[in-house]
Write a protein that binds this ligand. Structure first.
Ligand code: FE2
Ligand code: FE2
Length: 148
């Protein structure tokens, strides 16, 4: 059965593909597609996944660091959102966001998931997959129609 890791890794790949597209077309439309993926993804991790890890004292620093990286991504995203298409800083800011997210994904997949597999049982990881998809559905319903 599918686990939370399968879903999160699949979404990481989808976002990486969207970034390739964004680097080519530099469009606001593609940026908003990225946001429509990353917003519910980060919120879901923060709501369902990270709290399980935080229960372990020794993982707290790792999780706090992940929260910080989410905040950094959100803040770069909102800077981009507030720019007009064609702004001369667009491409460099987009690159910064891309690299920030790539770095986070790399740490998540190599460190966080690795630790999580020791803490979260297979059954729980499968259960969490279901909860995550439900959470995401609800989250998306609350997003502006233009972003869904
Ligand atoms: Fe993630
Ligand atoms: Fe994350």
């Amino acid at each position: 059965m599918e686990t939370i890791y399968d879903i999160l890794i699949r979404e990481h790949k989808m976002v990486a593909d969207l970034f390739q597209q964004a680097m080519r077309d530099n469009s606001r439309e593609t940026l908003l597609k990225i946001k429509a993926e990353t917003d519910p993804h980060m919120a879901g991790e923060e709501k369902l996944f990270y709290p399980e890890l935080e229960k372990k004292e020794e993982l707290r620093d790792l999780v706090n660091h992940a929260y910080e990286e989410h905040d950094e991504a959100r803040s770069l995203m909102s800077e981009l959102e507030n720019m007009k298409e064609g702004d001369k800083n667009w491409a460099s800011k987009l690159k910064e966001l891309k690299e920030s997210i790539e770095h986070h994904v790399e740490e998540e997949e190599s460190k966080v998931f690795e630790e999580a597999r020791n803490v979260i049982s297979q059954k729980n990881a499968e259960e969490m997959a279901k909860q995550y998809l439900e959470f995401k559905q609800t989250f998306k319903e609350q997003m502006p129609a233009s972003m869904r």
